[in-house]
Design a protein around this ligand. Structure first.
Ligand code: COA
Length: 109
């Protein structure tokens, strides 16, 4: 098993529609466009993508962010999709910070 975590300063994501279009998957971008809390949403997604790369032991730049997609399961919980596989992800935001944790089960030894 491998774990990754990341924290993002939410105000960095204020009025960043162009960044959102570039780093969000098409499904995430559709959700982003419906959200009132756009900067928290974008910060949480950014954190989730970086947490995934940490868990995967990949450097930023090796995997395009828009190919990592965090959508919702039937209960409203987030699920991370990459290359047709699902990964555990948890996101939280409060005030100026958003955090995300990702677990990759198959890296068990
Ligand atoms: C999940 C929950 C506790 C989040 O509480 P919060 O402290 O207000 O918000 P946080 O900032 O910590 O977390 C928000 C993130 O939680 C995640 N989340 C939402 N619903 C979730 C759920 N059911 N399970 C796990 N994570 C959830 C989302 O990723 C959300 O971030 P996003 O909107 O940017 O994607 C709250 O939304 C809740 O109680 N939801 C209802 C849960 C529910 O309906 N469960 C039904 C089965 S028992």
């Amino acid at each position: 098993m491998a774990i990754g975590i990341d924290i993002v300063y939410v105000p960095r994501m204020r009025n960043k529609d162009a960044l959102a279009k570039r780093i969000l998957s098409p499904e995430e971008f559709s959700i982003y466009n419906t959200r009132m809390d756009k900067e928290e949403f974008l910060a949480g997604r950014f954190a989730a993508k970086e947490a995934f790369l940490k868990a995967k032991r990949s450097g930023v730049g090796q995997v395009p962010f828009h190919t990592i997609s965090v959508i919702y399961d039937g209960n409203g919980a987030p699920v991370l999709l990459f290359n047709n596989q699902k990964y555990e992800v948890s996101i939280s935001h409060d005030g100026e910070y958003a955090v995300a944790v990702v677990i990759i089960e198959e890296m068990k030894k």
